[in-house]
Structure formats: C-alpha cells, structure tokens
Design a protein around this ligand. Sequence first.
Ligand code: NOJ
Ligand code: CA
Length: 620
Amino acid sequence: MNSTLRDIYRNPIGRDILRKILLQSGRNEKLIENRIIGSIRLGWIRRLSFGRVDRGLLESVISLLNNEDTVQEYKANNTRAWWKEAVFYQVYPRSFMDSNGDGVGDLRGLIGRLGYLSELGIDAVWLSPVYDSPNDDNGYDIRDYRKIMSEFGIMEDFDELLSELHRRGMRLLMDLVVNHTSDEHEWFREAVRDPEGNYGDYYIFRDRPNNWTSYFGGSAWRYIEERKEYALHLFSEKQIDLNWENVSVREDISDMVRWWLKKGVDGFRLDVINYISKPKGLPDGSEIIGKLMGYTGVEKYFFGPKLNDYLRELRRDAFEPYGAFTVGETPGVGIEMMKLLTAERRKELDMAFSFDHLENPGHSRFDEYRYDLNCYKSFITEYMEKYSPYCQMSLFYENHDNPRMISKVDGDGKLRWILGKLLAVMQLTLKGTPFIFQGQEIGMVNKGFRSMEEFRDVESFGKFEEFRKVQGEEKAFRRILAGSRDNARIPMQWSKEPNGGFTEGIPWIGTGDIEVCNAEDQMGDKDSLWSFYRDLISIRKDHPALVYGDIEVTNKDKKDIFTYFRKDDSETLFIECNLSREAIRRVGPVPSGRRLASNYDESNEDLRPYEASVWITREE
Ligand code: NOJ
Ligand code: CA
C-alpha cells in the first residue's frame, strides 16, 4: 500500500494495468511521468477517490503485481514452427457457404470452398464452433462437445472436412469453448437435477449474487429455481460458467480435447480462456472499473489466481502429447501478462489475441467515431518492440465479434479498396502470424441494417436494451449499428448471384453489397483486393525475412507515416505506409530497390492517401 504509482509503473504487470486504465479513459501514459501524480501512494488512492476505488480493487492490483514470474528474462522468439509461418483464415460456418438451401452455412458448403482457400494461399483454417448447440450465441453455447450441430451436418461431414483440408496441405484449428457450456448441456441438467450428485459442483452456484455484470447486459447471475441458488453466467443466461476449481471438470475437459486431437485436428483457439479462474469467495467488482470498462467484476477474473496453473495442466495433459497448437482469446490482457501466457518456457499457450488495438483509446465498440490508424501504429510498434522479440504475435483486425475494419476507418467507403490493400500490407508484413477473417480479403464492409428486426445477435439485443434505457431508442439503434457483431456475420459474398451465391434459400441474416463486392469478380481481376491478398501471401512465403526476420520501426514520432524494415541475413525489406486519407510528404527520397507490392501504380514524391508499398532494398 506504500508503493507509489511510479513504483507500480516500473513493475511490468503494473505497467499493463495502469496503461489499460489510461487507455480506456482516453488519457496519455505520460501522466505517470508527472512528479505529483507519480508519487501518489496506493494506500492514498482510496481517500483521494472519495472511496470509489475500494480496498478490494487495490488488493486485486497487488495480487496481480506479485505474480512470481514478472522479472524473468524470456528466450528469443526464433525457433521455427509451422504456426509462425502459416497464414490463418477464420471461417464463421453459419455465414460461409450453405450447401442445402436452408439458408444456414454448413460443413459441406465449406468443403466445397476449400479450393478457394487453397488458391488464396491459406495454410490453416480456424473454424468457429460447430458443436451441437441450441444457438443462443451461435454455437458458443455448447450442448454436446462430441457432436456436430445438426444445422451444420454430421460427424462424417466433419471427418471429410478434416481429411480434405489435410489432403490439400492445410491445417484445422477448432474453437474450444470451455469457460462455459450451454444450460442444455447434460452436466448442467444433472447439476440442477441432483445438486448432491457427481455434477452438482460443475458450475458456479451461490446463495446470493455479487455485483458482476454479463457481457450481454444485466446481472451475471441467473436464479435457478430447482436449486434455490444463482448460477454465474458471464455471457448469456444460457451460457453458464464452469467451475474450474473442480478437478473433475478439468479432467472431463482434457478428455474431450484429447478426443478431438485423436481425430487429427491440429490445434485450438481457446475462447475467453483468461476468464476461467475466478477468485475464492467471488468478491464484488469495483464500480469504478465497471464504469470504465462497461462491465463490472472483470478485474477479479481476467487474470485469475489459478489461470496459469490451469493452462499448464491442460497443455501437459491434452495439447502437448499431440503437438497441438493453441491460441488464446485473452481480452484485457496487456503485453506483460501476454508474455506470461505465451512465453515458450512457461508451457501455457503458443499465442494469444490482444484486442486493445480494435478501438481507439477512450472509445468502445459501440461508439460512433472514425478509427484513427495512428493508434494502430502506436499499439503495434510497442508490441513489435516489447513482445515480438520474445513471443509470436497474432495479427488481425477482424473476427466474428467486431465490425469490419474498413468501415471503422473509412465510414463513407470512398477509399475502400486502397484502404483494404493498406491493411493487407501491414497484416502480411509485420512480425507475427496473420489471421484473416472471411470476407476481409474481398473488402466486405458493415451492413446498413435498417431496424432492430434485422439483427440476429443476442449481444445486440441485450446492449440495445441497456442503451435504450439511458439514451433513448434512436441513439441506442445507432450505437448497435456501429458496434454490432452482426456486421461481420452477414453471408460471405461469393458472386453476383442472388444472396451473393451463399444460399439458394433464404439466408438466416441479410446479405451485403454483392454487386460491388464479390469473390468471383475479384478473382478474375488482377488488380482487385483479392488478388492483392493472394500476391502478398505468396510474397510472405517467398521471403522468410517477413516471418523470422527482425523488425525495426522508423519514424516513430511522425504522424501518419508508418515505416519499418524486416531483415534477416540474406535480405532487407522496407515497408512504407501512409495511414491518413490525405496525401503527405515522404520522409526522404523514393526508396531505392525493387517494389514487390503496392496499392498505387507508381511511386511519387508524395505518399498518396493510404498508400502502402513493400520494397526489397537488399538481396544477397
Ligand atoms: C468470445 C466469442 O468470440 C464470442 O463470439 C462469444 O460470444 C463469447 N466469447 C462467449 O463464448
Ligand atoms: Ca445449410
């Protein structure tokens, strides 16, 4: 309690925490350098905040700071691995390809499109959940981990998908959702039917709720009449949090993971995996953090006390024997915590997704604003310097939980194709493993939904209600329009045919602007965004410096310009990007060397709006 803010900032995890708080409140990190602010002691904060920062919050911070491993050195990130070289592609199966005209994408639809993925140069597919589910949250609420959702097909279809992928030299990553199950899962039904039985302790039940809130709006607790108790659900009411303290839960999960690995799947993306360990006694969350983040309780469980132990155990018992790859979805985690999760010698995860770059500081996903790419530059520069020398970074802008990046940066779509190419250049030449979300390669954008009836996502409805109460209907609708996950979930645009060639039936959610944006047209056009992605993917394969080479960012303090070198013993590549929608002066002359890729025909003294090029400046 006697430590000053400056002391805390010196501790790597402390820095993560302070930066997260400053980022979220739109304040500058330099604040800590202020002499007076830096010398504030932790113990004073309670009084200074008039009690709003309570003892519980300070204790959460202290227990994070005391993580045993923060002072250790990490090994360099230079061992070879297929997942460092691979380009991943995320398939959201419900919206990828429908094979039987029921309006819902399915496994046979996906099998029929594997040729498309090969042609693009994809090495591995991350498949969002295809397990049996009542679909309260489109498959992220699993009813049976060993069965395929009937809308998507049967197990034989899955087996065929896996062998077809492997035959083409591609790998398969499944989605592993084990923070929670559906309330229709047999474990939960048993827990409710027989509280004293084998499954009675599989979930988190309490006599009284605490103040934690759900990500989809409202309290995180649901009253279970039969047990006369409340069950914790960080997500929808039908997604009940598993009790990881219970060793049988962990053993059953390991067993299930091994079952899939025996089938030959190559790895997993682990859904909200940093939330699995909840602290003893489930203490109330801080109201002040709740306001800042939009969710109450998160500081208690986003890096819970046993998280690292559970991950190590799962790796040892399930992933490691099969050489499986893991990437964790880890919202809220900063650079240092991410190192703890992914450093090779820690034997926890191979990689993780950070989300801090998806919104500008001080903004949340549901704000209407124009995203400034300079924030991406600062975020990624810091990760390139402090994280990627030790661990492998994941590179992405989009997934099924976020609006389209082009729409966030360039709302009116005037520079859509040029911007799409700029994003591609950065994603495929920075140091890390790229994850492309379906449709990103053809520049799909947000859908102009016209009314709430057109949405499908449980989160959109929950959030709409929450916003409506405070801000009124019109504003609430506009916020959902800006932030809804459905923006990314509209059907893949294959061609100009009805429904973009996605289905011969009525699609489960409305389709996008297929006339101006579809795969078929772009595949036949060598200047299209699709062709640009294909070319960059092959450039990445031909130049190991882009995978294993060092990265050096230059012009760090120059706004709108993002330049960096990638080099190894045999070559040096130079990447230059204009992050703004205006033409700007180049720093120095036009680079000498060969231009490998660019979103403009030739090079000028000026960098034109969103200009981006990859140069090879030294070859040996
Ligand atoms: C993260 C997933 O990506 C999201 O779609 C889901 O709603 C939550 N986790 C809960 O599983
Ligand atoms: Ca179907």
